[in-house]
Write a protein that binds this ligand. Structure first.
Ligand SMILES: [Zn+2]
Length: 398
């Protein structure tokens, strides 16, 4: 089968680190990714099935890996070579316990104790497999998720393998483009609920790519947030943010000034570094995962407030966290037992039926595997190009 494969290549990774982000085209050319023909992955164990990919999204964490920007911290929880792609819509090629062959599913990509054939660790047993401590052991090669594990394959290929515990049925009537947004929406649901938003809290979402927009929707629909201020760079993002529940949309340059006015905060301008507020929002989300966005979140949050890491984190000046006694809340993947007791995938599947998400789904840009360089470039510039989600459709040839 055809697959895109990420392989271990230090020089290329270093090259990606040097160039990625500043020169997207050159960055993409330096990626340790290649199109290959390989044997489809098959896990011959109870509860496993083969899946034929319909669509698989490109996520910020994938771009980080492709461009070599991901922290080396994660090198211990992946196994090479791996087929990326953890936002997956696929058809079952085998019967899988109660699900008949042919069922259209989306994937909770976390490879926790259940798929690894292990007795549940403490985190899995308490309903938080996204915090599993056994992601490097058991019946599979190391890998925090499908799409980072050599044994299971990933969505950027014609076929992969998955465990029953990872599968969620896509309701009839959903387009594949809507369905491919269920996994990122589940992560957004998890972030919004992890933030433990108080009634009428003033919230800032820094970033209006797919993470920021879906987090805005989850905040509006599932939490008692009051004002939701979204930082957006591009026109189509502004429009979507409002449709999804933002009460204010601001540009990165005006965010501090607007939050200062809304919250009656003081704005300070330290020497040779970013300004910050004394006062500000109750909770801020970094929905980008770069330094500027994370510092915006830290600098716009009131003392004793909360900063939620929704994007894959970047290094930042943590002075405000110390000085303003901020709570830093990490949010990774999603949980089958979110606060309130429901699973993130069930909630996300309902949210994706929202009108504005249906509109967002129409802008999903599908690429055949062999046009991966274009797809990666497109994903890297998605905001500027008016796209919210770029995906691979391995069935496409042209
Ligand atoms: Zn576990």
């Amino acid at each position: 089968m055809l697959a895109l494969e990420m392989y271990r290549s230090l020089p290329r990774t270093v090259a990606g680190k040097a160039l990625g982000g500043r020169l997207p085209m050159v960055g993409a050319m330096a990626t340790p990714l290649r199109l290959v023909t390989i044997e489809p992955p098959r896990v011959e164990r109870p509860g496993w099935a083969r899946l034929r990919t319909r669509l698989s999204g490109i996520c910020g964490s994938d771009l980080g890996a492709v461009s070599g920007r991901t922290s080396l911290y994660f090198s211990a929880v992946v196994s090479f070579p791996f087929v990326p792609g953890h936002e997956v819509v696929a058809d079952l090629m085998d019967d899988c316990e109660d699900l008949p062959k042919g069922t259209r599913v989306v994937l909770d990509p976390v490879l926790s104790c259940a798929p690894r054939g292990l007795e549940p660790c403490e985190e899995c047993a308490s309903g938080h497999p996204n915090r599993c401590t056994r992601i490097t052991v058991g019946n599979l090669a190391p890998g925090l998720q499908t799409g980072f594990c050599t044994t299971t394959g990933g969505g950027w290929s014609q076929q992969l393998s998955a465990h029953r515990s990872q599968l969620h049925v896509v309701p009839d009537g959903y387009s594949d483009e809507q369905a491919v947004l269920i996994e990122p929406t589940a992560c957004a649901v998890h972030s919004a609920l992890r933030a433990d938003i108080a009634p009428n809290a003033r919230v800032l979402v820094s970033g209006a790519g797919s993470v920021g927009l879906l987090t805005t929707l989850a905040l509006r629909e599932l939490t008692p947030a009051g004002e939701i201020i979204v930082v957006a760079k591009h026109g189509h993002q502004r429009e979507l943010a409002v449709k999804l529940g933002a009460t204010e949309v601001v540009t990165p340059t005006e965010v501090l000034r607007r939050v200062r006015r809304l919250s009656g905060a003081f704005q300070l301008e330290p020497d040779y570094s970013r300004g910050y507020l004394l006062g500000g929002v109750d909770v801020a989300f970094d929905a980008v995962g770069n330094r500027a966005s994370l510092e915006t979140a830290l600098h716009a949050t009131r003392a004793g407030g909360r900063v939620v890491l929704s994007g894959m984190p970047a290094s930042a000046d943590l002075s405000a966290a110390w000085f303003r006694e901020l709570e830093i809340v990490g949010t990774y993947a999603s949980s089958p037992t979110e606060p309130g007791g429901r699973g993130a995938f069930g909630l996300a599947t309902e949210l994706v039926a929202h009108d504005a998400v249906a509109q967002l789904a129409k802008s999903v840009a599908p690429y055949p595997l062999h046009r991966w360089r274009e797809a990666v470039d497109h994903a890297q510039s998605a905001g500027r190009l008016g796209t919210v989600k770029v995906a691979f459709d391995p069935r496409k040839r042209g």
